[in-house]
Design a protein around this ligand. Structure first.
Ligand SMILES: *[C@@H]1O[C@H](CO)[C@@H](O)[C@H](O)[C@H]1NC(C)=O
Ligand SMILES: *[C@@H]1O[C@H](CO)[C@@H](O)[C@H](O)[C@H]1NC(C)=O
Length: 613
């Protein structure tokens, strides 16, 4: 009896152990096949996510509604305390006139109001749009006093008016866009046709150095081209075309086919050797693809420039960190192509752009004639020949967006620093033989290893990574903190978060182009951090130090927070796709403009050649 009880007991234990062992085996197998080295047969499939998502549709609906309330809160505070000044100071309820003093927050917010169905706010805004004189305001307190900074005025005011017009068909908005486009146009009276830095809209005088910054001279073509379409005026078209012609003519063969940061407004030629997708360059690269998409793929030269640019980015500007193998994009200086390994929040628009291009176009090297390529460009071309270009862009997009998201998820505040210094994996310097850390590990070199060893597992830098968060103790103790920093793969160069949109923009585009709900969940995490850390009684504040929670706030609410950050969040959570990517193209301030085809008459009137294909 006693024996038999013990036997039964033993048997039970053995059974339990067996079941336990079976469960463990099953879990290991699942993990192995979900995330392990058997993945990556070359399909663009969604990487297994650490977050997962089974959030039901009604919750997404409620979340979209919460973003709308956040917009009403921010815009309501602006209306109450700041209108018609440019921006609200969300801590003191004072105002700021930093972009002409015509009410930049209002102009930048118009299309977001339409998309969110905020008709009362929109109706209240129209009389102010009607009355704006577009003459330099004496209230302007910063260095832009007495003239309108061309680039910012185009992307925020003109882009805002045109997009709101395209979405609402309210004639007043086109009228005012036409007025503003005309008043700004003396900026193009330079020998090259690249716009000057600023223009006094009262008398047409221009200001600024004779050397222009790439982003500022080559991010107005979408706005002026759509303005030409909507008004039928050739004068507007010619402004955009002048800029495009300079870019088409530029010989950047010594710069790997990519446009550098500085250009002469006299000759229309590049004057420096720094290649970047961050500050001072970003949106110029963006407009190459977007001009092609907006004109229903009619301008092949724009597409060709986009492929040449991204070829160089993929092969020379993208690196991997040692810890966590994070994929990032940095800037390099020719002729040595030495990288700085800085990674800017501003650069986080790039993965969204790559995802958009790969979603809308069957990307291929075929658009290039190898005989026309310089040495550096040919090197990139030869490397990329081994890949399906479209898939490579998608992998780059996924890896970069993941790194951009982790910059948020790693911090106690849940918000990302404006700039970090990456710690590259040791690699080969671009022109030498020895392994070296300063040169760092280029993504393309790691991809080549991956390819040559049979494409096992996810491509380098692609797939999920865990956040590395500091404990409270590490947070307070510098020594403990720096020890853990190496696990992250980067250190902070700046600690502020300026309510910037770029990461949410890319998360939005990743969600729309892959359909993977994990991106939406990540967007929601960031929205929760915004609500927790940035909200004030009258709006939302920038953050001085993302390493603390509650984070110390700064007295600023940039207009792009309403134009871009909240818009992308709303579109991400909304049940319907309100801005289908095959019918609309966002300008660099997140103002959607419609995709259109030139009519035969418009081609004739504006002098546009017939499409070649
Ligand atoms: C700013 O205005 C809000 C209402 O919009 C109010 O609750 C808050 O106390 C004001 N803050 C200051 C510093 O006056
Ligand atoms: C561009 O410049 C390079 C180097 O200066 C030169 O070798 C090449 O012929 C130029 N290409 C064109 C099309 O002018």
């Amino acid at each position: 009896m006693l024996t038999s009880v013990r036997d039964t007991l033993m048997r039970r234990v053995t059974q339990r152990q067996l079941i336990y062992a079976a469960v463990v085996f099953f879990v290991i197998c699942t993990l192995y096949f979900a995330a392990g080295p058997s993945r990556g047969t070359g399909r663009w499939d969604v990487s297994p996510s650490l977050l997962g998502s089974d959030t039901p549709p009604e919750v997404w609906k409620a979340r979209a509604e919460q973003v709308k309330q956040a917009f009403r809160h921010a815009y309501g505070g602006y209306e109450r305390h700041a209108i018609p000044h440019d921006e609200l100071r969300p801590l003191t309820n004072l105002t700021k006139d930093n972009f002409n003093g015509w009410g930049v927050t209002l102009f930048d917010s118009l299309d977001t109001m339409i998309l969110m169905g905020l008709n009362d706010e929109f109706a209240r805004a129209l009389p102010i749009v009607e009355q704006a004189d577009f003459i330099p305001s004496p209230h302007v307190t910063n260095s832009h006093r007495g003239y309108a900074p061309f680039f910012e005025t185009v992307i925020r005011y003109l882009g805002g008016l045109l997009s709101a017009y395209a979405l609402s068909r309210e004639p007043l908005l086109l009228q005012r866009a036409d007025d503003l486009g005309r008043l700004l146009s003396p900026a193009f009276n330079t020998p090259s046709g690249f716009p000057a830095f600023g223009v006094n809209t009262a008398n047409g005088e221009t200001v600024g150095p004779t050397v222009g910054i790439l982003a500022e001279i080559a991010s107005c073509q979408m706005e002026y081209t759509y303005l030409a379409l909507a008004t039928g005026k050739k004068a507007h078209f010619d402004k955009a075309e002048g800029v495009m012609n300079n870019l088409r003519r530029a010989n950047v063969s010594t710069r790997g086919g990519m446009f550098p940061r500085r250009w002469s407004l006299q000759s229309g030629r590049p004057t420096d050797d720094v290649l970047s997708v961050g500050a001072a360059a970003d949106s110029a690269h963006e407009y190459l693809l977007k001009m092609y998409l907006m004109t229903a793929q009619s301008d092949k030269s724009s597409y060709e420039m986009y492929i040449r640019t991204t070829n160089h980015i993929l092969t020379n500007l993208m690196y991997l960190t040692d810890a966590r193998e994070l994929l990032y994009v940095t800037d390099v200086a020719t002729p040595t192509f030495s990288p700085s390994h800085r990674f800017e929040h501003l650069s986080c628009f790039l993965p969204g752009l790559l995802a958009l291009g790969a979603d809308q176009l069957d990307l291929s090297l075929d658009v290039l004639d190898p005989r026309t390529l310089g040495d550096e460009e040919r090197r990139s071309y030869e490397l990329l020949k081994h890949y399906d270009l479209r898939q490579l862009h998608r992998w780059a997009a996924e890896g970069l967006t993941t790194a951009c998201y982790l910059m948020y998820a790693d911090q106690p505040s849940g918000l990302a620093p404006d700039e970090v210094q990456m710690q590259p994996a040791p690699g080969f310097p671009p022109r030498g033989r020895q392994r070296n850390r300063v040169g760092g590990k280029r993504w393309i070199d790691a991809m080549e290893e991956w390819r040559k060893y049979g494409r096992r597992g996810a491509p380098p830098g692609v797939g999920d990574r865990r956040p590395v968060q500091f404990t409270d103790q590490e947070q307070k103790n510098m020594k403990l903190r720096s020890a853990r920093t190496n696990e992250r793969g980067y250190s902070l160069k700046r600690t502020d978060y300026l309510l910037r949109p770029e990461t949410l923009e890319s998360i939005y585009l990743m969600y729309r182009t892959t359909g993977d709900p994990v991106w939406r969940e990540r967007g929601w995490q960031i929205f929760e951090a915004l609500e927790r850390e940035c909200k004030t009684p009258s709006g939302y504040a920038s953050i001085e130090n993302v390493l603390r929670s509650p984070a110390p706030q700064a007295d600023d609410m940039p207009s792009y927070f309403l134009a871009e950050t909240l818009k992308y969040l709303y579109l991400m959570f909304h049940e319907r796709d309100l801005v289908p990517l095959d019918r609309w193209v966002f300008n660099t301030e997140a103002h959607p403009l419609p995709v259109f085809t030139w009519s035969a008459w418009e081609r004739s009137k504006f002098g546009i050649p017939e499409p070649s294909s």
